[in-house]
Write a protein that binds this ligand. Structure first.
Ligand SMILES: Cc1ncc(C[n+]2csc(CCOP(=O)(O)OP(=O)(O)O)c2C)c(N)n1
Ligand code: SF4
Length: 262
């Protein structure tokens, strides 16, 4: 048997809704993994033609280059407001925002609280990498106590700069939120669990059940000054205790939907 005759089975290929282009993300950055998971879900649900993404500022500002779906770009923090408007004009479309922690939990905190409390039928993918990645690694609302950043060179002092904002926990207190969970991208098992959550978040929107958000603990090896492997270990050792993974809000209707889908 020649090599050409050996039977092969493709088990891994590029999702159709991800464009074939060179990434601008740093080696070891988990933005790329999150993009892939979202694209896999859009493909599997067959909603690519009906989906509109809203990009935010931050390293993922160029996410519109990677997804082969309609996309708009929002000003800093305004993605949930823009997504709200689009969803109201196109209620049959699937609308998602893709936002970093600087974007969502700092300037955009009012926008996300408003959208969640109103129960807007949008899906939010929220990347928490504990700093402002794109602009050079400054302290973000999510920066850990004691964490050194370019704007907190001696470490975040909670007496001066306050405590980290736990976004999933905060938003889960709002009546309008239907599905709010936190997952992580630091190892293969958690990546699989993250994909399942992203799928559920989009299913919630498809079923018209209201606001859904998946917070994803993410790496920023460049600004953390770590190797990709060290960055993953840092997520596990340092971020998980401050940001426990879990299901923070699952409305009764969403629980019913999950049961139906097994
Ligand atoms: C209104 C406004 N304020 C500030 C900025 C500068 N800015 C651009 S990206 C960014 C940081 C975004 O960081 P984050 O949302 O954490 O995303 P990451 O780059 O870490 O993925 C900031 C402050 C801006 N573009 N617009
Ligand atoms: S700066 Fe950080 S968040 Fe931005 S692409 Fe690089 S590793 Fe990712």
């Amino acid at each position: 048997m020649t090599i050409a005759e050996v039977p092969t089975k493709v088990v891994y290929s590029r999702p159709k809704s991800l464009n074939d282009r060179v990434t601008h993300y740093c080696p070891g950055c988990t933005h790329g993994i999150a993009h892939r998971l979202v694209a896999e879900v859009l493909d599997e649900m067959g909603i690519v033609e009906d989906t509109i993404g809203v990009a935010s500022v931050g390293c993922s500002v160029f996410s519109y280059n990677y997804f082969d779906v309609d996309f708009v770009e929002a000003a800093h923090g305004r993605a949930p407001a823009m997504a709200t408007g689009i969803k109201r004009v196109y209620p049959d479309h699937i609308i998602f925002t893709y936002q970093g922690d600087g974007d969502l939990a700092s300037i955009g905190m009012g926008e996300i609280v408003g959208a969640a409390s109103r129960g807007e039928k949008i899906t939010v993918i929220f990347m928490n990498n504990a700093n402002y990645g794109m602009t050079g690694g400054q302290m973000a609302p999510t920066t850990l106590p004691g964490q050194k950043t370019t704007s907190s060179p001696t470490g975040r002092d909670v007496k001066r700069q306050g405590y980290p904002i736990q976004t999933a926990e905060l938003l889960s207190t709002l009546e309008g939120a239907s599905y709010v969970v936190r997952r992580s991208l630091h190892n293969n098992r958690e990546v699989r669990r993250a994909k399942q959550a992203i799928r559920t978040a989009f299913e919630v929107q498809k079923a018209g059940l209201g606001f859904s958000l998946v917070e994803l603990l993410s790496t920023c090896p460049t600004n953390w000054a770590m190797t990709p492997v060290e960055a993953r270990e840092w997520v596990e050792e340092r971020m998980l205790p401050v940001y426990p993974l879990g299901d923070y809000k699952i409305s009764a209707a969403v629980a019913e939907l999950n049961k139906l889908e097994g």
